[in-house]
Design a protein around this ligand. Structure first.
Ligand code: NDP
Length: 483
């Protein structure tokens, strides 16, 4: 039953292509097909990349005055805002996001294009004085074709994080969105054309990861890959990209901890920590899924956290008062349920949640009530691996050293939170925690203006902040002889 559904062809250099086949995009909230999308295979990836490389070589984009490129980014931000209602509704339907969250992400995507329109004007090289008679100049030209591989948890926003700095620097871009959530990225490419971007500067190629994604990573004309997703796929991408010596940035999984001390402001902390693990139904690489609480505060924190979790409304993404939507696919929910079962088998206690709603209308979607575990041990799988679902583990600790040891005892190192009024303790923990981005008396560690990236198995390279521009340029050093 796809006859009356919207169909998205592949659009490459202004031409529509059928692709190697078409596939159905399904709404996580009710399992219904909402669109069909043409799927890129190796041939279509080659076409998109070859075209993007021609556009790059053809000067039109990269030698345009940065000011003019920046104006286009601003116009794109304006078009995003003009279409914000429709974009948010599309993202909410496609990714199962509560509509309030989808609106906030659309606005953040618009701000991201504005931010890099401004930041690129302050980006500069260097002038140096070598020992020889003459002058040294360091330039930062764009790299060329950048391949962006985007996950399904923040489809439009992560597309913006990658494309805005790359385009501002004068690169051309080919984006492979997640198979499950291509719709807002496809709409973004249309808005870019309306904002005046030349054809072929920003191309979206939906397809399967191990086909279209793999072909993009292998393509010799792609000079940079920026990837967000699982650590396993990130490692594979790094290995494949090494064959053609591409630059690679990897924003991978996380298993972040919140460290909560007895002197914290409990009201603020409980509310914030609740959202830090359950927002986006836990499908967030920065999710604080390990909540470590100083023993003196533990019982009170647990009671208040559990009460607050009970008040969260699991609901249809389109409803204004919905707090948690469905998980992305039935397979992903099954994977999360597998973690929950195994945690119990290993001796952790499920305090509440972790079950699926049985009544309409939620019974048709991939919903899961937020789960709270106690008694999990630091070495349990649920404390070590990224669950990517609404599952919190709450543990007591007796000393700062113990909290630090547990927090650092994972393969990952993306985010983390420190909750205390003791500034000396904050300083010790900021330096002791092995994580790329931390927050103090807050769980908010991702900000447009600040670099975002991880250490250890959470990847390398940074998005956001002024330095993201450096991820999309080369360094060219020139000596000018004096005579
Ligand atoms: P993946 O890492 O497999 O997918 C992320 C993106 O990579 C998707 O666009 C995917 O395409 C693409 N991809 C997959 N294989 C390849 C490949 N060989 N070459 C190039 N691109 C590829 O994650 P999943 O969606 O399978 O999710 C699995 C787990 O990953 C989650 O449970 C979560 O733990 C973690 N994850 C972390 C994210 C983060 O924000 N850091 C985001 C998403 C997932 P396609 O969709 O077609 O498979």
């Amino acid at each position: 039953m796809t006859g009356s559904l919207p169909h998205y062809p592949l659009t490459i250099a202004g031409e529509a292509y059928a692709g190697q086949s078409r596939y159905e995009v399904v709404a996580p909230a009710d399992g219904r097909t909402i669109a069909t999308v043409a799927m890129a295979g190796r041939a279509e990836i080659d076409l998109a990349v070859t075209n993007a490389a021609e556009r790059f070589r053809g000067y039109l984009w990269r030698t345009m005055r940065p000011h003019d490129r920046a104006n286009m980014l601003v116009r794109l931000a304006t078009r995003i805002r003009e279409e914000a209602g429709d974009l948010a509704a599309l993202e909410s339907r496609n990714a199962g996001k509560p509509i309030r969250a989808a609106r906030a992400e659309v606005e953040a995507a618009a701000r991201c294009f504005e931010y890099y329109a401004g930041a690129v004007g302050t980006f500069h090289g260097q002038s140096l004085l070598p020992a020889a008679r003459g002058y040294g100049a360091v330039y930062h030209p764009p790299i060329g074709v950048c391949g962006m591989i985007v996950p399904w948890n923040f489809p439009l926003l992560i597309t913006a994080w990658k494309c805005a700095p790359a385009l501002a620097m004068g690169n051309t871009v080919v984006v492979k969105p997640a198979e499950a959530t291509p719709l807002t990225a496809l709409r973004l490419a249309e808005l870019a054309l309306e904002a005046g971007f030349p054809e072929g500067v920003l191309t979206i190629v939906p397809g399967l990861g191990d086909q279209a994604g793999q072909a993009l990573v292998e393509h010799p004309l792609v000079r940079k890959i920026s990837f967000t997703g699982s650590t396993a796929t990130g490692k594979r991408i790094a290995r494949t990209a090494a064959e053609t010596l591409k630059k690679v940035s990897l924003e991978l999984g996380g298993k972040s901890a919140a460290l909560i001390f007895a002197d914290t402001d409990l009201d603020t902390c409980v509310d914030s920590t609740l959202w830090s693990v359950f927002d986006n139904s836990g499908q967030d690489c920065c999710s604080r899924s390990r909540i470590l609480v100083e023993r003196g505060l533990y019982n009170e924190f647990l009671a208040r956290f559990a009460t607050a979790a009970n008040r969260l409304k699991l609901g249809l993404p389109s409803e204004e008062d919905t707090d948690l939507g469905p998980l992305i696919t039935p397979a992903h929910r099954a994977r999360v349920l597998g973690f929950i079962t195994q945690a119990q088998d290993q001796g952790a206690t499920l305090v509440q949640g972790g079950d699926m709603p049985g009544d309409e209308p939620l019974a048709d979607g991939n919903y899961l009530f937020p789960a709270i575990f106690i008694d999990a041990q630091p070495n349990h799988r649920i404390m070590q691996e990224e669950v990517f679902g609404p599952v919190a583990c709450i543990l007591p600790f007796d000393s700062e050293e113990e909290a630090l040891t547990i927090a650092n005892d994972t393969a990952y190192g993306l985010s983390g939170s420190i909750w205390t009024r003791d500034i000396n303790r904050v300083q010790r923990l900021v330096h002791g925690l092995a994580a790329g981005c931390l927050s103090v008396n807050s769980n908010s560690s991702v900000h447009q203006e600040m670099p975002f990236g991880g250490v250890k198995q959470s990847g390398y390279g940074h998005e956001l902040g002024p330095d993201a521009l450096r991820a999309y340029c080369e360094t060219k050093s020139v000596f000018y002889s004096e005579g």
